[in-house]
Structure formats: structure tokens, C-alpha cells
Design a protein around this ligand. Structure first.
Ligand code: ADP
Ligand code: TYD
Length: 204
């Protein structure tokens, strides 16, 4: 695979969406051929599963399996073909979200998640992951979207505290892959760090 696979992670309201499109434009301005996508979703089947995942009540096991079902389709139809064609793929959330939300948040076994991960994507991992880290009460204040909160956004502060800890454990397990961005910092300050990292990725 020739392209780079880059993921954006963090609890809801930490700042991912504020930066992801800007990031993609910065890559394009350097001549990089980029595909922007998201999880759950990114392919037609996975987008259908997203609707169920965000809005239908379900058992934790169902939620976990549907996340990986969506991911398998997304990988097969979009991510792997794009990388093979030399494109870079920037994905809003990937398997670290499953460790953080289904593992940390819902209490699913991390061993079971690792088994599903190994089955669905084996050693395939992002080349770079950005973690937007923010205290859950501040993230909740920032989530003032006009639309009704989905099943995850409706969870309480304690849930998001577990999700946050789930993410921080992922960073400890694979520090080379992650760049952690402090969500309390001003948007331009965060962009300086992202821009520096883009330069490093483009030159390595
Ligand atoms: P996410 O995509 O991670 O859920 P968003 O990017 O939608 O989060 O950000 C949630 C809200 O917080 C938005 O209203 C956004 O304008 C605001 N926001 C994002 N980053 C910052 C920041 N660094 N400082 C202040 N407000 C921010
Ligand atoms: P997101 O697209 O960030 O939501 P929004 O469009 O509201 O910004 O993600 C949708 C939700 O899915 C988010 O709350 C986290 C959750 N999620 C998981 O629980 N596990 C996963 O593996 C993934 C990819 C997402």
C-alpha cells in the first residue's frame, strides 16, 4: 500500500470536525491526493449501519459487532482500494473509537475487541492518529448542536470519562502512532501542531 492512512479521534465535542476538513485541504494544497471518510460509515452499507448504530437501542454485543461489520465493508470497498491506488485516506474515527467507546464506555472486553480487530484488519493500522483530548464536562458544554443528540452523545459525563481513559490507554499502548492535541487550546494553536505534523508526514 502506497498511501497514508490517517485517523482523527476523541470524545464527542473535543474538536475533530473543526479540524478535519481544514487538514484535508492543507494536504491537498501540498498536492496530496486525499480521500476524506468517516466511521461508522464511509461506504453505502456502512452508512446504513451507522443509522442503526446512532439511533436504535441495541445490546452492547450487537453494537460492537455492527461497528466491525461496518468497518469490514468500509475497509474492503473504500480504504484499502484508495491506499492501493496511492491516495491518502483521512478517516474521522476508526478502531481506537471501538476500544474507547465499546471497551471503555460500555465495558466490552478489550481482549474480545482485539480479537475482532485482528479478524477484520489484522496488522493494518493507521500511519498517524490524532487524539483530541478534552475534559468531558467542557466537551459537553461545546456540544450545542441544533440537532437532537444521538445515542452516544446522550450518554452522561461518567461514560465520556471512561471513553477518555480508553483513548489515553490506546496512546500509552502505541505512542509513536499518536499525536495528542489538547482540546482546550485555541484553534490556531492546534493548527500549528497539525501543520508541523503534516510537514513531517509529507517529508518522511
Ligand atoms: P467533535 O467533532 O470532536 O465532536 P467539534 O469539532 O464539532 O467536535 O467541536 C465542538 C464545538 O466546539 C464546536 O462548536 C466548535 O466550534 C467548538 N470548538 C472546537 N475546537 C475548539 C477550540 N479549540 N476552542 C474552542 N472551541 C472549539
Ligand atoms: P461521529 O461521526 O464523530 O459523530 P458526529 O457526526 O455526531 O460528530 O461518531 C458517531 C458516534 O459513533 C460517536 O459518538 C462515537 C461512536 N463510535 C463508537 O462508539 N465506536 C466506533 O467504533 C466508532 C467508529 C464510533
Amino acid at each position: 500500500m502506497n498511501g497514508r492512512f490517517i485517523t482523527f479521534e476523541g470524545i464527542d465535542g473535543a474538536g475533530k470536525s473543526t479540524h478535519v476538513e481544514w487538514y484535508v485541504e492543507r494536504l491537498r494544497s501540498r498536492g496530496v491526493d486525499v480521500v476524506q471518510t468517516r466511521e461508522p460509515g464511509g461506504s453505502a452499507l456502512a452508512e446504513s449501519l451507522r443509522e442503526l448504530l446512532l439511533h436504535r437501542t441495541m445490546a452492547m454485543q450487537t453494537e460492537l459487532l455492527l461497528m466491525f461489520a461496518a468497518r469490514a465493508d468500509h475497509l474492503e470497498r473504500l480504504i484499502r482500494p484508495a491506499l492501493s491506488a496511492g491516495q491518502w485516506v483521512v478517516c474521522d474515527r476508526f478502531t481506537d473509537s471501538t476500544y474507547a467507546y465499546q471497551g471503555g464506555g460500555r465495558g466490552a472486553s478489550l481482549e474480545r475487541i482485539a480479537w475482532l480487530e485482528a479478524w477484520v484488519h489484522g496488522g493494518f493500522q493507521p500511519d498517524r492518529s490524532y487524539l483530541f483530548d478534552l475534559a468531558p464536562p467542557l466537551a459537553a458544554q461545546r456540544r450545542t448542536s441544533a440537532r437532537a443528540p444521538d445515542r452516544f452523545e446522550s450518554e452522561d459525563i461518567a461514560f465520556f470519562e471512561r471513553v477518555r481513559q480508553g483513548y489515553l490507554a490506546r496512546v500509552r499502548a502505541d505512542p509513536e502512532r499518536f499525536v495528542t492535541l489538547e482540546g482546550e487550546r485555541a484553534i490556531p494553536e492546534i493548527r500549528v501542531i497539525l501543520e508541523e505534523d503534516i510537514a513531517e508526514l509529507c517529508n518522511s
